[in-house]
Design a protein around this ligand. Structure first.
Ligand code: ATP
Length: 354
């Protein structure tokens, strides 16, 4: 059985006064298998959090069908909630409590809680138990959020940008922990802006843009649709048109860059040609596209589409353009960890954990 099923999901935010409201999620379909790590990716405002909140039971679907462990997470919350763990983008815990007190309080309202010390050790906070929450660093707060999501020994774990604000060690530890949880059978759905992390961690992923899934599959499948790259310096005495390439190369100064869907064939031709002429291809490198490149190309295509549609007569659902994010449309975070705040939300986010 799939642990999570999403079929034709729409989520519309009501307009404040008059107006039509805003459709943040438009016809999204995907499923997550039991024991799988699934990553939901997308530019700022693509609709990831809006989707995950419906799966967490925080908000109803406007349209479509959503099941978590076979239940509707909103209307059958009582069946779903004890079996899921939720790590929101912002925890919002009382800042005067210590780490241990926070975990104890949380364990007190959780059925079948794992010992709180065990959860804190799992995220590397075992030695920070007496520190007040307000004194924790941003990355430590994320670790505490994660520990609390793990206290109920969840079968399904939702992680909304779990590693944002963590240092590289924290990110590596978290990735390791998520892999261990998968090995124990936990299903993990995460959102992240760290594409390398998603590429290494996720069994499958979906890329969202402007409320829709625009690419999905294993990281390899998503990347396979994108061209590989070959680069080298043009040998002296050789003109670009003399190169044995079946595709047009981009030449900047002496740097030659080739995008190809037939990497092995193109590279073989090139190497045989170079050997036969006894020329050296300095700085030669060849590699498949990375998930980051695939993502950026998809985002770029989306911008072009949105610009073509955006003559003022469209429906306003462009790439990352929404009522709250007009000034930050489609911003892509590349490994920097920068992320927009989630202020202004109307949902009762702490209610998710009650
Ligand atoms: N409460 C709300 N009322 C109206 N619009 C909202 C509300 N919450 C989110 N939106 C809009 O819905 C769209 C999707 O937002 P969402 O937070 O789901 O995107 P996201 O993919 O999670 O983005 P990020 O990567 O920045 O967290 C955005 O355009 C946002 O402005």
């Amino acid at each position: 059985m799939d642990a999570i099923e999403v079929e034709g999901l729409k989520r519309r935010y009501a307009a404040d006064k008059g107006g039509e409201g805003f459709e943040a999620v438009s016809d999204v379909t995907f499923s997550v298998r039991e024991g799988e790590i699934f990553a939901l990716l997308g530019t700022n405002g693509a609709g990831k959090t809006s989707t995950v909140e419906v799966l967490e039971g925080l908000a109803p679907a406007t349209e479509g069908r959503v099941r978590v462990l076979g239940f509707d997470p909103f209307t059958e919350r009582a069946q779903v909630r004890p079996r899921t763990g939720v790590m929101l983008q912002e925890g919002g815990f009382p800042s005067e409590l210590t780490v241990a007190e926070t975990a104890r309080m949380w364990a007190g309202v959780t059925s079948e809680a794992r010992p709180e010390r065990e959860a804190l050790d799992m995220v590397g906070l075992g030695r920070r138990v007496d520190v007040r929450v307000k004194q924790l660093s941003g990355g430590e707060k994320r670790r505490l959020d994660l520990a609390l999501a793990l206290i109920g020994q969840p079968e399904v774990l939702f992680l909304d940008e779990p590693t944002t604000g963590m240092d590289p060690e924290g990110r590596r530890d978290t990735a390791e922990l998520v892999r261990e949880l998968r090995a124990q059978g936990t299903t993990v759905l995460l959102t992240t802006h760290y594409l390398e992390e998603a590429e290494q961690l996720a069994d499958r992923l979906a890329i969202m843009q402007a409320g829709r899934v625009v690419a999905a599959g294993t990281p390899e499948q998503v990347v396979a649709a994108r061209p590989s790259r070959i680069g080298f310096r043009l040998p002296h005495g050789v003109e670009p048109e003399q190169l044995p390439l079946s595709v047009k190369a981009a030449v900047t100064g002496r740097r030659v860059s080739v995008k190809t869907h037939a990497l092995q064939q193109e590279l073989t031709e090139l190497l045989v040609w170079a050997r036969d002429r006894d020329v050296e291809l300095e700085g030669l490198h060849a590699r498949s596209a990375s998930l980051e490149e695939a993502f950026l190309e998809i985002a770029q295509e989306g911008h072009i589409r949105a610009a073509a549609d955006g003559d003022g007569s469209g429906d306003g659902v462009g790439v990352g353009v929404g009522p709250r994010t007009g000034g930050e449309a489609g911003g892509v975070t590349r490994g920097s960890g920068a992320v927009q705040g989630q202020d202004g939300r109307t949902d009762d986010r702490t209610g998710a954990r009650a």
